[in-house]
Design a protein around this ligand. Structure first.
Ligand SMILES: [Cu+2]
Length: 140
């Protein structure tokens, strides 16, 4: 009995142990973000580097999540807690299609479809370039 209790205690500690949040980097190159689509876990942090002539501005975030907007040249970091699909753009280079997507957690086809629908309804003009990138998100 005591051994069973000890086993239960150990297993509960194993499952309660917080998973370590990871850090990811997206590098701004000439007119593209690399990588342009990344898959992370809730609570992970994404840092934008080499942003000298670029910025990162979210255009599509899951309902209830905050948008972000880095100043021109700002190497911002964002920590994304909510599962879903986040689409962002580089405002100075949107005409070149400089856009990216961050997928947080497990994404279903339903979530992807809903995101594409929302993007189709809200993105205007050159910002619609983000639609193509959102369409490339892989659903697991
Ligand atoms: Cu740019």
């Amino acid at each position: 009995m005591k051994i069973l209790k000890l086993y239960a205690l150990i297993m509960s500690l194993v499952f309660m142990a917080p998973t370590l949040a990871a850090d990811y980097t997206i590098n701004a190159e000439a007119r593209v973000y690399k990588p342009d689509i990344i898959y992370i876990a809730p609570g992970d942090t994404v840092g934008f580097t080499n942003m000298t002539s670029h910025n990162s501005k979210s255009m599509i975030v899951p309902d209830g999540s905050d948008n972000w907007e880095g100043a021109l040249g700002e190497n911002i970091k964002v920590t994304l807690e909510k599962e879903g699909i986040y689409g962002y753009v580089c405002v100075p280079h949107i005409g070149f299609g400089m856009v990216g997507v961050i997928v947080v957690g497990n994404t279903t086809q339903e979530m992807k479809d809903a995101t594409l629908k929302k993007a189709g309804e809200t993105l205007q003009g050159p910002f619609r370039r983000l639609l193509g990138k959102l369409n490339k998100v892989e659903v697991k």
